[in-house]
Design a protein around this ligand. Structure first.
Ligand code: GP9
Ligand code: MN
Length: 429
């Protein structure tokens, strides 16, 4: 109810973090291409198997001088997996403690999402393309609530038995067929491409297995490098198409991993992959880091070690585009800001900061991974204060979603989204 809204507004006012002025508007007016790297973990960047780089294309992008790469960027998904990542990146609202916010509230809730903000503030044409079923995670309804003008799921693509694995078209085929739609998008566009081949249990047809499996003998882990390698090749093909068309000159590409691929109950195999002797819950949290990269011709790039999470991507992107967000209800902040608290909440109340982490009820020193078993009074107070900030941030975000509070608040420049304005059926495109 409205009193909840006041506590949300109060919290956001006191916790507002000024964006980094050095980056304000550096990508103003550019196309924004968001590439969703399915189940892609940060450790794959630079990882070699049998002397071969698993992801040579993404490695090159990661180290390029015009790429801003983050190496302490964490996924913050709950049970909603991909859909929680989408909820966070489009709204800077967390998914829920259980279930999928996009499935349960995507149809009926009021949102003030990225596509609507970019369209209303800067005339962007907005679209999502995905080689899987449009109904998965309730996307075909949620995207209307987010104000996406176009959504092209599998029904827009030519599908053949060999084209499809797991949850959708193989990424190379998906990209290859998407380019004719991308060419027809009015610019500037805000376009999200959702990949899917690098998805548990990492099946891939023999001709595409161009790197050997790993040998942990955990069959749900050993195929991971093969589908990651395949995804990377698909990215390489897309990047050369971008170059050929000149789109690379006026497009900011946002790469992000949506969540971990190897889940928390494969410690033995994960330790083998990382050539580590021991591997505990804290190692697992770090192992689940995912990439975030902003790649754009002329961008002052480099590897930034700031701690941040998926909740922070939208505010960071809006600052790069020169779009103000100080009157929106968003729970993240610009990762590049010097005033960032660098407290990265996990959906279950765990957290990590440059100094401390809380994983499964145990506290750790982040730098060394050492357990904090007997904190003195001062340290205990500090750890409790961080823990309280995390639970407050999560519970207020939950209230916005559970209470559909954006019905009662919008920035004065924002025009309320009408989902009925959008129709994603193919014949109407
Ligand atoms: C489904 C695909 C996979 O369309 O995005 O979703 P996930 O299982 O990772 O949530
Ligand atoms: Mn996913």
């Amino acid at each position: 109810n409205v009193s909840d809204l006041h506590s949300v507004e109060q919290y956001l006012k006191t916790n507002y973090v000024q964006p980094n002025p050095e980056y304000t508007g550096v990508a103003k007016g550019k196309n924004v291409l968001v590439i969703h790297l399915e189940s892609f973990q940060q450790f794959l960047i630079g990882y070699k198997w049998k002397g071969k780089e698993v992801t040579p294309n993404l490695n090159k992008i990661y180290h390029a001088k015009d790429t801003l790469s983050f190496d302490n960027f964490y996924n913050q998904v709950g049970q909603g997996k991909t859909s929680d990542a989408e909820m966070m990146l489009e709204n800077s609202l967390f998914g829920l403690q259980s279930g999928s916010a996009m499935s349960s509230y995507g149809t009926s809730n009021t949102f003030e999402s990225a596509p609507a903000i970019l369209r209303q503030r800067a005339g962007y044409t907005t679209a999502v393309m995905h080689g899987g079923a449009g109904s998965f995670w309730n996307r075909n309804n949620a995207y209307k609530s987010f104000g996406y003008q176009y959504f092209m799921p599998l029904s827009y693509y030519k599908n053949r038995p060999k084209y499809y694995i797991g949850y959708g078209l193989k990424d190379k085929i998906f990209f290859d067929q998407s380019v004719k739609y991308i060419e027809r998008l009015p610019q500037p566009f805000y376009l999200k491409l959702i990949t899917v081949t690098n998805h548990y249990p990492y099946d891939l047809d023999k001709p595409n297995q161009t790197i050997p499996k790993t040998n942990t003998n955990d069959e749900t882990v050993d195929g991971y490098v093969q589908t990651a390698h395949y995804l990377d090749q698909a990215i390489g093909e897309l990047m050369s198409w971008m170059k050929k068309t000149g789109l690379d000159k006026n497009t900011l590409i946002v790469f992000y991993g949506d969540h971990y691929g190897i889940s928390g109950n494969h410690h033995k195999a994960s330790a083998q992959l990382l050539k580590q002797k021991q591997f505990n819950d804290f190692d697992d949290l770090k192992f689940q880091r995912v990439p975030l990269m902003f790649h754009m011709k002329g961008l002052k790039g480099g590897v930034d070690h700031s701690y941040g999470g998926e909740i922070d991507v939208l505010p960071t992107l809006l600052n790069l585009l020169g779009i103000k967000d100080n009157d929106t209800i968003q729970f993240g902040h610009d990762i590049l800001s010097r005033d960032s608290p660098q407290i990265v909440a996990q959906r279950n109340g765990d957290f990590i900061t440059p100094k401390y982490a809380k994983v499964g009820g145990m506290y750790y020193y982040t730098k060394t991974g050492e357990k904090i078993t007997h904190p003195n009074k001062k340290l205990k107070t500090e750890l409790m204060a961080i823990s309280n900030k995390v639970t407050t941030q999560l519970s207020l975000s939950d209230r916005v979603i559970d209470g559909n509070l954006l019905r009662f608040y919008k920035p004065k420049w924002f025009i309320k989204i009408k989902p009925s304005d959008y129709d994603y059926n193919k014949e109407k495109a």
